[in-house]
Design a protein around this ligand. Structure first.
Ligand code: SF4
Length: 380
């Protein structure tokens, strides 16, 4: 059944071959053999439980993220999809994305994924410079990344995203531009280009490398935005650039405050009860070992979002987007009156962080530069 709020499904695969020193995701180095079959069974149980609480819905997009989902075989996802479709309907034009590490991309797996209906591949390339890849602890090389993109294309993927980072320790402005130029000559439809940051509880937070100076990063951004624009990659979110008709539908659903189930170790979800109009956050147990324990609950928290939570979370997402955000979306997604936003909107407009339009608002250049400050205006 289609609910008034579009619904996605996020599936988390929590293992990687090696933990990268900058990574704060819920990813764990493989220790021994991968419990692939047990994990797929756990995901099925997890989803069954979510459905018993939040009712079946039409699923518009699926994102299999990690960790490294490309460690799992096509047949595992075939079993998972078959079981999921006993519980929910996949929409006819569903977008199904799988994240892959260029070092683990096997041509044979790619063809299997494609055959299953996985129609978007997201490759964590990060850079095409081997020295910089080593600096950030990546296990793949530039040539492996190029080979993975070629293999994805040959396997039948027409919708390919790559993730690239800038501001990597010791990266120069020229290195950053070269990465973009290489990317623009590849058969990709989408680029996630985001700044290297040092996150808490990572190896780099204990032993911080020297990051790119802010003025060089700003110059690099200006030059890269120009190159991307000239190549018809439209910036539609802080870090997302897409060719025409290649916006990431799954991420757009997050940023427009749609609903999503989250299954897998540490996954969280956001789900609306259309009858009571209550909006819930769900959180799954984080450690793979606990998640695989059949005796222990996987869902460890279900929280009803307050009006304050909704205002902040909605604006946290919406202000990431470029272009006009209609006022009507706020009411549609939160069931709250737009008047509740007025005070903070007026303040943000006065500070030139937002601009009002007839039907909504747009983040200004200043607001984009200081998106965190803009978002904080809506924290009450
Ligand atoms: S491959 Fe990705 S998810 Fe895995 S440790 Fe590295 S950055 Fe994290």
């Amino acid at each position: 059944m289609r609910t008034p709020i579009p619904t996605s499904l996020y599936i988390h695969i929590p293992w990687c071959i090696k933990k990268c020193p900058y990574c704060d995701f819920n990813s764990h180095e493989i220790n021994g053999s991968l419990p692939e079959e047990n994990y797929i069974n756990a995901l099925i149980e997890d989803f069954k439980h979510d459905i018993s609480l939040f009712k079946p819905r039409l699923i518009d997009t699926i994102f299999i993220g990690g960790g490294t989902p490309s460690l799992f075989k096509g047949e595992s996802y075939a079993k998972l999809f078959a079981e999921l479709q006993k519980l929910v309907t996949f929409s006819d034009d569903i977008e199904i994305t799988l994240e892959a590490n260029p070092a683990t991309v096997e041509l044979i797996y790619l063809a299997e994924y494609c055959k299953l209906g996985i129609n978007r591949l997201s490759l964590g390339v990060q850079s095409f410079n081997d020295n910089l890849l080593k600096k950030i602890g990546r296990i793949h090389s530039s040539s492996e990344a190029l080979a993975a993109i070629k293999a994805a294309k040959n396997a039948g993927f027409t919708n390919i995203n790559i993730d690239l980072m800038y501001g990597i320790p010791e990266q120069t402005l020229q290195d950053g531009i070269k990465d973009i130029e290489i990317a623009l000559n590849l058969p990709i439809t989408h680029l996630s280009w985001y700044q290297f940051t040092i996150e808490k509880n990572t190896y780099f937070s204990k032993y911080p490398p020297v990051s790119m100076p802010e003025d060089i990063a700003e110059n690099l951004e200006k030059l890269a935005f120009k190159l991307l624009k000239n190549a018809n990659f439209k910036r539609y979110e802080i870090s997302a650039f897409a060719r025409e008709n290649a916006l990431a539908k799954h991420n757009m659903n997050y940023w427009t405050f749609g609903d999503y189930f989250g299954i897998g170790a540490g996954a969280h979800g956001k789900l609306t009860d259309p009858n009571t109009k209550k909006i819930f956050r769900t959180q799954k147990t984080r450690l793979p070992k606990s998640y695989l324990n059949q005796e222990a609950p996987k869902l460890i928290e279900t929280k009803i979002l307050s009006s304050q939570d909704l205002i902040f979370e909605y604006m946290l997402n919406a202000t990431r987007l470029e272009g006009e955000i209609p006022f009507s979306l706020f009411k549609e997604r939160t069931f709250l009156d737009i008047a509740l936003l007025n005070k903070a909107l007026v303040k943000a407009v006065k500070k030139n962080l937002l601009k009002l339009t007839t039907n909504g608002f747009i983040v200004t250049d200043l607001g984009r530069r200081f998106t965190n400050n803009l978002q904080m205006e809506f924290l009450t």
